[in-house]
Write a protein that binds this ligand. Structure first.
Ligand code: P1T
Length: 381
C-alpha cells in the first residue's frame, strides 16, 4: 500500500465487526463484559486497550512503516513512557535544540531519577560519538528541530547508534510520516506530538510512539498500561480522522511554508529566516535526502532584533493567530523565548539561537496571498 492509501486504510481492516461502520465507532467505555473471568472479546479494560485507540494505533504503525503503535494522552506522556525504559545511571544524548517541554521533562523530572543527559548540537552526526560511553542508552533527536529548524541526519545517527548498541528515537512531530520516515532510516523509535499535524485541527492533545521491534513494543506497552497515560477514545477518533487527510494537508503546508519562507527571506525588515528548504541552510542536502518536502514550520528574526519588536509582530498578525502549538490547518505565530521554550534557561536557549527576537510560524493551509498579506502588514506595523 502506498502512503496516500495508508493514511486512509492502513491497519483499518475490520475496525467495526458489529455493523461494518466505515469509521471505527467511538467506544466510549471503560470496561467490557466477560462470560467467565478472563473470557472476553479481546478487550477487558480501556486502560489496557480500547477498540477506537487500537484502530488509531494500527493506523499510526502503518503510516510510519512500523509494526507497533501506541497512543498516549499527550506528546509529553509519550516521551515520558519512552524515558521509563531507562534506569538510574543510564545516559541519554539529546539534541540541544528541542521542544522546551521535552527539555523540562528531561532536566526537571528524569534527571532527578538518576538519568544523565548530554545536550549537544547534532548537525554533524559524528560529534555524537564524543559523548558515548558504556552507560549511554538512547540518542534523542528532533528533526527538523523546534524551533531552529536544524536538520539531523537520521541515517548517519542510526549507524552510530547501531555500532554502539544504543537506541535512537526521533521526535517526528515537525515532519510527520508524510515527509520523513525515521524507522526506514534506521531509527528504533518514532514519536509524535499527535496534537500537531497528525490531529491537524488543533482540537486534541495526544502523543504517539511507533516501533518495529517486538520486545521494545512489549516493554512500551507494559509502561503504557502500568503508568496509564493513555489516549481516550474520542481523541483517538479525532486523530484517526486527522490522519486520513495528512497527505493532503502536509503537501499544502509545505507549499505555503515555502511561499512564506521565500517572502520573509526577501523582506527588508527580516534579518534571518530558518527553513531547511533554502540552499544555504547548513543541512539542506540532508533535508533533501531524508524529507519529501520541507513542511510548514518557519522561524525568523527581524533586523530590529529586539524582544519588543518580535512581541509587537506576533500581536499584530490577523490571519495568523498568536498561540502556542503548531500543525493545525490554521496558521499560528509564536514567540518561543516567552512561550514554547520559556522553560529552557535563557543562556542555554540562546546557545542554539532561540533569542528573544525569534518568531516561529506554523504556516497553515489558508490561501497563500492572505498569509503573505498578513505578514506584510504585521511587518509594516
Ligand atoms: O504538547 P504535547 O502534545 O504534549 O507534545 C509535546 C511536544 C513534543 N515534541 C515536539 C517537537 C513538540 O513540538 C511538542 C509540543 N510543542 C508545542 C506545544 C509547541 O508549540 O512547540
Amino acid at each position: 500500500m502506498k502512503f496516500n492509501t495508508k493514511t486512509i486504510h492502513g491497519g483499518q481492516e475490520n475496525t467495526d465487526p458489529a455493523y461494518g461502520a466505515v469509521m471505527p465507532p467511538i467506544y466510549q467505555t471503560s470496561t467490557y463484559s466477560q462470560t467467565t473471568p478472563g473470557a472476553h472479546k479481546g478487550f477487558e479494560y480501556s486502560r489496557s486497550a480500547n477498540p477506537t485507540r487500537t484502530a488509531l494505533e494500527n493506523s499510526l504503525a502503518s503510516i510510519e512503516n512500523g509494526k507497533y503503535g501506541l497512543a498516549f494522552g499527550s506528546g509529553l506522556a509519550a516521551i515520558d513512557a519512552i524515558l521509563k525504559l531507562f534506569k538510574p545511571g543510564d545516559e541519554i544524548i539529546s539534541t540541544n535544540d528541542l521542544y522546551g517541554g521535552s527539555y523540562r521533562l528531561f532536566t526537571s523530572i528524569f534527571k532527578d531519577f538518576g538519568i544523565k543527559f548530554h545536550f549537544i548540537g547534532m548537525e554533524n552526526a559524528n560529534d555524537i560519538e564524543n559523548y558515548i560511553n558504556e552507560n549511554t542508552k538512547l540518542i534523542w533527536t528532533e528533526t527538523p528541530t523546534n524551533p531552529m529548524m536544524n536538520i539531523i541526519d537520521i541515517e548517519a545517527v542510526s549507524k552510530i547508534a547501531k555500532k554502539h548498541k544504543i537506541l535512537l528515537a526521533v521526535d517526528n512531530t515537525f515532519a510527520t510520516a508524510y515527509l520523513q520516515q525515521p524507522l526506514d532510516l534506521g531509527a528504533d523509535i518514532v514519536m509524535h506530538s499527535a496534537t500537531k499535524y497528525l490531529g491537524g485541527h488543533s482540537d486534541v492533545v495526544m502523543g504517539s510512539v511507533v516501533v518495529k521491534d517486538e520486545e521494545l513494543a512489549e516493554k512500551l506497552y507494559f509502561i503504557q498500561n502500568a503508568s496509564g497515560a493513555i489516549a481516550g477514545p474520542m481523541d483517538s477518533f479525532l486523530v484517526l480522522r486527522g490522519i486520513k487527510t495528512l497527505h493532503l494537508r502536509m503537501k499544502r503546508h509545505s507549499e505555503n511554508g515555502r511561499a512564506v519562507a521565500e517572502f520573509l527571506n526577501s523582506h527588508p525588515k527580516v534579518e534571518k529566516v530558518y527553513w531547511p528548504g533554502f540552499e544555504d541552510h547548513p543541512n539542506h542536502e540532508i533535508a533533501k535526502k531524508q524529507m519529501k518536502d520541507f513542511g510548514g514550520m518557519v522561524s525568523f528574526t527581524t533586523k530590529e532584533n529586539s524582544m519588543k519588536d518580535a512581541v509587537k509582530f506576533v500581536e499584530n498578525v490577523k490571519v495568523f493567530t498568536l498561540a502556542e502549538s503548531l500543525g493545525g490547518v490554521e496558521s499560528l505565530a509564536g514567540h518561543p523565548a516567552s512561550m514554547t521554550h520559556a522553560s529552557i534557561p535563557k543562556e542555554e536557549r540562546e546557545k542554539t539561537g532561540v533569542v528573544d527576537s525569534l518568531i516561529r510560524l506554523s504556516v497553515g493551509i489558508e490561501d497563500e496571498e492572505d498569509l503573505i498579506g498578513d505578514l506584510k502588514q504585521a511587518l509594516r506595523s
